[in-house]
Design a binder for this molecule. Structure first.
Ligand code: HEM
Ligand code: HEM
Length: 199
């Protein structure tokens, strides 16, 4: 249903947009990085120093990828906390009045689900490396949450992966919704989040 392209709709502030796109960029790097480094460290066939076939490659590159993943993950956590504080104190522009209320409700659920996952996944990742005692980033030692516990670490890594898969699901829904608004419904929802020049 085509809308009048000129109807007035307030946009997100430059700070809200800047944080949105920075976090989105880091997530698009973080997800494939997580899967690739985990494959490299736990599943990729290789040979040890005696020429015997082994599973998993633990060389400098694998260590570098793991450190980068932890660093990007903690950066995402800090940025999402900032974004949430900003969101909770400054609010968001009012919803597009031309969108039916049930659809606005679903979009709010997806947004809050994403915030919850973007906090839970890195926190669980941190707990997992703490319980498993892999607490360093490029040689810098991080504080432990409690003493070492291999079982808890394994469970936390399991939930870390489930959480990451849920992020993929929610982000996919979110992008499909953006495409629907932009190209099918042709309303102004996407313009709220992209810089004026591009819109
Ligand atoms: C939003 C932030 C994060 C996302 C989206 C994310 C995503 C992922 C993904 C997709 C994997 C691969 C899962 C698998 O194949 O088992 C993974 C593994 C891993 N993540 Fe994260 N992660 C995040 C934050 C963190 C943080 C903050 C840490 C630690 C400080 C961390 C530590 C790890 C470790 C050590 C693994 C490897 C597990 C293994 O080798 O089995 N992640 N992460
Ligand atoms: C990892 C990627 C992404 C994450 C984690 C993410 C997360 C979010 C969150 C949490 C909000 C709610 C903002 C608020 O009101 O507080 C939001 C809004 C929005 N996002 Fe994303 N986003 C991502 C990628 C994208 C992409 C690729 C697009 C465009 C294709 C997009 C377009 C939008 C738009 C248009 C809004 C505003 C929706 C509205 O006003 O109702 N996002 N995003």
């Amino acid at each position: 249903m085509a809308q009048d392209p000129k109807y007035d709709l307030p946009t997100y502030t430059p700070i809200a947009r800047g944080l949105h796109w920075l976090i989105a960029l880091l997530i698009f790097i973080q997800l494939p990085l997580g899967f690739y480094m985990s494959y490299r460290g736990n599943e990729m066939p290789s040979v040890d120093e005696n020429g015997k076939p082994v599973i998993g490659v633990w060389d400098a590159l694998t260590g570098y990828l793991y450190s980068s993943h932890k660093l990007i993950g903690l950066t995402v956590l800090a940025l999402v906390v900032l974004r949430l504080l900003y969101r909770l104190t400054r609010g968001a522009p009012r919803s597009d009045p031309t969108v039916p209320p049930p659809l606005t409700g679903v979009s709010h659920l997806v947004h809050w689900g994403l915030y919850a996952l973007l906090i839970a996944v890195p926190v669980i990742g941190y707990a997992a490396i703490s319980w498993g005692n892999y607490l360093d980033i490029f040689g810098v030692h991080l504080p432990a949450v409690s003493e070492k516990n291999e079982d808890l670490s394994k469970q936390a890594f399991h939930w870390h992966e489930i959480g990451a898969l849920l992020i993929i699901g929610f982000v996919t829904l979110h992008i499909v919704a953006a495409i629907y608004h932009r190209f099918i419904r042709r309303d102004r929802v996407v313009e709220r989040m992209i810089p004026k020049r591009v819109a």
